[in-house]
Design a protein around this ligand. Structure first.
Ligand SMILES: *[C@@H]1O[C@H](CO)[C@@H](O)[C@H](O)[C@H]1NC(C)=O
Ligand SMILES: *[C@@H]1O[C@H](CO)[C@@H](O)[C@H](O)[C@H]1NC(C)=O
Ligand SMILES: *[C@@H]1O[C@H](CO)[C@@H](O)[C@H](O)[C@H]1NC(C)=O
Ligand SMILES: *[C@@H]1O[C@H](CO)[C@@H](O)[C@H](O)[C@H]1NC(C)=O
Ligand SMILES: *[C@@H]1O[C@H](CO)[C@@H](O)[C@H](O)[C@H]1NC(C)=O
Length: 572
């Protein structure tokens, strides 16, 4: 056994049975970590490469005790281009070591870019990557890569198949709209299935292919699903999900089909019949924007994987900058990954619930709590004693008598518009109440994450908003106000909110993860120790905080492996 000294400069990884020592140094990139007064928007516990452009998460997996994340990466700059598959590894999805890119554009079938794709475990637990290549003719084709050495838990080297490209855009397939293969699955007939995102004759769709050997693929007569209302489907994802019942009942087991379009990740739930590959959807993609989305804010091109170690489904999503490209170039990087989220089906079987993975809680420190505190009309108070620019806050509100809630015009159907027009700065009856995040002391900068409850017909409508309109004194930023409804059982008379705050990102989970909204914000004043966190209520009816727990978050250890140390990874 090697002795590994754990220090700020060293990450030590222990594998069951073997010892893999990875020594990593942040030295070359010190100025890019948000340790000092510089780089106020660099995150401390979200996944980021040391520098440059990142977009979609690719091929996440758990293999021989190691989590792998690949991602779309430009090795040469902070803008999109020259896309390769960068590669990082982790033991807990919190601390990461960056390895060398696993797949680079080098062959006629991917020379213009190695675009998104997924990992599948072939028999014998052998991982295989299917990815899109932008080929020498600028056509989108699907390629295969496999590890050079499957005994290496770090899977450092990948080999492209001599059979590439496996899938090409023939017949009615548009060569510019054919990408992002999913994880494949095997049917009862032992044939592999995979879907690829496309748009044909004006409809977004998931083209279905089948294969016996994972090399030769035959297109199915029918797509798995299609829609006239969506445009091109990017990054489709298709997987089973069940309710998080402790008694193991899978009463509401369903399949999720996700497609990325119009800047958000839209989902439909349904029943999949593996014999016939029929997917009967509960509610299809809709015109009005009322369909299910993983996140109603800034969250795109996501991908899930099944974590066989902890028996859970985990979701990663790309969170793009909403600052200008010239500022991205100046700061030297662009793009974040969300905190990995577990995904389960809600008890009603009609929606998904997401929650930050438990492991992230290891970064919590300096806990501050309140209990049974009344927040009266127009009241605002600070949550003191935490680093509000790098924090995790969970709050649960007891609701007042909802009989007195304002009634909502039945014509108000667009929650995002409602949030813009009935924002935090307006007064209401039950709400707006919630958090003011990344706020300056004088409140000239603040991002309000809040609820407001209305009566409609015989029922109640809970609106959740993330209002970036006052998030920064800086000009030239995207400051969209996001909004969505939260489908809670109002008879419980309470609602919870959790926000993960990390310098330039706020990930908020309403109603125990029924509704999620992620925002990027770039405050001018409310940075580092100048940032504050408040609770507010601008409704005339009091709400009660049954409990509030807030923590400062420690920095995750996310470092590149030093090139010169690479040969010193020891296996015993
Ligand atoms: C892509 O790489 C080439 C060669 O390294 C470089 O000249 C070019 O600027 C890069 N493009 C982008 C968008 O990074
Ligand atoms: C493959 O990886 C294993 C485990 O890390 C190692 O022992 C072996 O030497 C590697 N084989 C080759 C050919 O590199
Ligand atoms: C698209 O339209 C063409 C011409 O009508 C037809 O041959 C083809 O089957 C259609 N494709 C799909 C997937 O609907
Ligand atoms: C699922 O259930 C487990 C055990 O009860 C719990 O720890 C976990 O937080 C639950 N996950 C979600 C997403 O509700
Ligand atoms: C509450 O409402 C008042 C009056 O409209 C407004 O000045 C204040 O900014 C609001 N509070 C918040 C947190 O938006």
């Amino acid at each position: 056994m090697e002795i590994c000294i754990i220090s700020a400069l060293c990450l030590c990884f222990l594998l069951v049975g073997d010892v893999v020592e990875v020594e990593a140094s942040h030295h070359p990139y010190r100025n890019l970590q948000s340790l000092s007064g510089e780089q106020p928007y660099r995150t401390a516990y979200h996944f980021q490469p040391p520098k440059n452009w990142m977009n979609d998460p690719n091929g996440p997996m758990y293999y021989k005790g190691v989590y792998h994340l690949f991602y779309q990466f430009n090795p040469y700059g902070a803008v999109w281009g020259n896309i390769s598959w960068a590669h990082s590894i982790s033991y807990d999805l919190v601390d990461w070591v960056h390895l060398e890119p696993a797949i680079n554009p080098s062959d006629p079938f991917d020379i213009n870019g190695c675009w998104s794709g997924s990992t599948t475990f072939l028999p014998g637990e052998k991982p295989a990557i299917l990815y899109t290549g932008d080929d020498i003719k600028n056509r989108q084709v699907q390629n295969l890569a496999v590890p050079k050495n499957v005994s290496d838990p770090l899977l450092i080297e990948w080999v492209k198949s001599p059979h590439n490209p496996l899938l090409t855009p023939i017949d009615d397939i548009d060569p510019q709209n054919f990408r992002d293969p999913t994880t494949a699955w095997q049917g009862p007939d032992r044939l592999w299935r995979v879907i690829v995102g496309s748009k044909i004759n004006g409809s977004g769709m998931a083209i279905l292919y089948r294969s016996r050997d994972f090399v030769e693929w035959i297109r199915s007569d029918n797509p798995l699903h299609s829609s006239t209302k969506t445009g091109m489907w990017e990054c489709p994802d298709f997987y089973p999900v069940s309710a998080n019942n402790t008694n193991g009942e899978e009463k509401f087991s369903k399949h999720v089909l996700k497609a990325s379009f119009k800047n958000q990740d839209h989902c439909i739930l349904g029943n999949y019949m593996p014999m016939t590959d029929k997917f009967e959807v509960d509610t299809d993609f809709l015109d009005e924007g009322l369909d299910l989305r993983y996140d109603y804010g800034n969250f795109y091109a996501s991908k899930t994987f099944y974590d066989s170690g902890k028996k859970r489904r985990i979701l990663w999503g790309w969170v793009i900058e909403s600052d200008s490209e010239s500022n991205d170039i100046e700061k030297g990087w662009s793009g974040l990954q969300s905190i990995p989220r577990s995904v389960v089906l809600s008890g009603t079987g009609r929606q998904l619930m997401q929650w930050p993975i438990k492991e992230i809680e290891k970064l919590r420190t300096n806990k501050v709590s309140f209990h049974e505190k009344e927040v009266k009309d127009g009241f605002i108070f600070e949550v003191p004693g935490i680093t509000a620019s790098q924090a995790d806050v969970e709050v649960s509100f007891d609701l007042p008598n909802l009989d007195e809630a304002e009634s909502l015009d039945p014509n108000w159907v667009d929650p995002q518009l409602l949030c813009s027009q009935k924002g935090a700065s307006g007064r209401g009856r039950v709400g707006p109440f919630g958090l003011l995040v990344l706020a300056s002391k004088d409140l000239t900068e603040q991002t309000a994450v809040f609820f407001r409850i209305f009566r409609r017909h015989d029922n109640y409508v809970v609106l959740m908003c993330s209002d970036q309109s006052r998030s920064s004194l800086r000009e030239g930023l995207g400051k969209t106000i996001y909004g969505a409804f939260v489908h809670i059982d109002h008879r419980e008379k309470k609602i919870s909110l959790r926000s993960l705050i990390d310098h330039s990102i706020i990930e908020s989970f309403g109603g125990d993860g029924r509704t999620c909204i992620t925002a990027r914000v770039y405050p001018k004043l409310a940075i580092h120790t100048e940032s504050r966190l408040y609770v507010f209520n601008n409704g005339t009816l009091s709400v009660r905080i049954s409990s509030l727990n807030a923590w400062s978050m420690k920095r995750a250890q996310i470092f590149p492996m030093q090139n010169r140390r690479k040969q010193q990874i020891n296996y015993k």
